[in-house]
Ligand binder design. Structure first.
Ligand code: MN
Length: 324
């Protein structure tokens, strides 16, 4: 449940309602928007009497039908900005993360990092985190100013991964792995949470809620394709997920066209579509010689094609009044 205050509500009005709710043994979450303040109620909403609407400054009491609260746009009306040093996800920023499916060598990562940076990218994709990769990640970090992102596939490795990279990625098959989500929450690192291939947007937001409610507010959602009856692409990139998530949630959204389409030729048009649809960033797989990539070699872009994609999206990013 949320309590929507009137635009004319004073700080005293807000505090009075907040104190009243907390005296009932419930927690509150205050979201001050440009025009109105919303008091979110966490706990058993049945304890809140209908007469709460009679408090000075209260506009209305709204019962949320969704299973997520902290991730809900009704709970927090302003979009959330997530900072990773000087890299910002959300509002008027646009972030490009690129890199190979897996780390093949530190030298190769350094070469890729230079290309990402020269093209205006901010984040280096470093594949799946393993104990063996830790030393390489530390070495790569010394050689680039880009932020590092790695996927976490095991609950037991999440805390360790957080020591070596700036952003953790939870893949689609682990979207509902609550053990991993809980560990991710504990790290307090920004988390990119990928939508499962069979998950609805509400199910994705329910998983995000689990991380938020465990004390980590830095959740970035990622659309990377869902299973449909179409077989020309590996999955169907659900572009509509971008505006739908923006309507339902205040959290930033990025798009991974590489793992959705799985066809090199479609990455550029899908990237352009993602920017135009209002995405806050892209995750693109690139490799110096995609044909020789150890994994996912059908969709990784070579450096020239990556540069071409970056050139194609920059005018759209500007049109969207975002900074890259
Ligand atoms: Mn891959």
């Amino acid at each position: 449940m949320i309590i929507v205050m009137k635009p004319t509500a004073t700080d005293e009005n807000i505090t009075a309602v907040k104190d009243f709710i907390e005296d009932l043994g419930l927690d509150t979450h205050i979201s001050k928007g440009k025009s109105v303040t919303i008091i979110g109620i966490i706990g058993d909403k049945k304890k809140v009497p209908d007469t709460t609407r009679l408090f000075p400054g209260v506009d209305k009491l709204v019962h949320l039908t969704e299973s997520y609260k902290l991730a809900n746009r009704k709970f927090k009306t302003e979009p959330t900005l997530i900072s990773v040093g000087d890299v910002k996800f959300g509002i008027d920023s646009f972030v490009v993360a690129a890199g190979p499916c897996q780390i093949e060598s530190v030298e190769q990562m350094s070469e890729i990092a230079d290309v990402v940076e020269e093209n205006g990218g901010d984040v280096l994709r470093c594949g799946v985190f393993t104990k063996e990769a830790a030393a390489s990640l530390d070495e790569i970090k010394k050689q680039t100013s880009l932020k590092l992102i790695a996927e976490v596939k095991r609950e037991s490795l999440v805390a360790e991964a957080a020591k070596h990279v700036d952003i953790l990625l939870v893949g689609p098959s682990n979207m509902e792995n609550y053990g991993i989500l809980k560990e991710c929450a504990k790290t307090k690192k920004p988390i990119i949470l990928c939508r499962g291939i069979s998950a609805t947007i509400d199910e994705l937001l329910t998983s995000a809620e689990y991380i938020l409610s465990n004390g980590n507010e830095k959740v970035i959602l990622c659309e990377r394709g869902i299973r449909t009856y179409e077989t020309s692409t590996r999955y169907t990139l659900d572009i509509s997920a971008v505006p739908v998530i923006k309507a339902k949630s205040h959290l930033p959204v990025v798009v991974d066209p590489s793992h959705a389409a799985f066809v090199m030729e479609y990455i550029k048009p899908l990237s352009k579509a993602a920017v135009a649809a209002g995405a806050d960033g892209l995750i693109i797989e690139i490799h110096p010689t995609p044909g020789n990539s150890a994994t996912d070699n059908s969709q990784a872009l070579n450096f020239a094609d990556f540069t071409d994609v970056m050139q194609a999206i920059k005018p759209i990013i500007l049109l969207e009044e975002r900074n890259i």
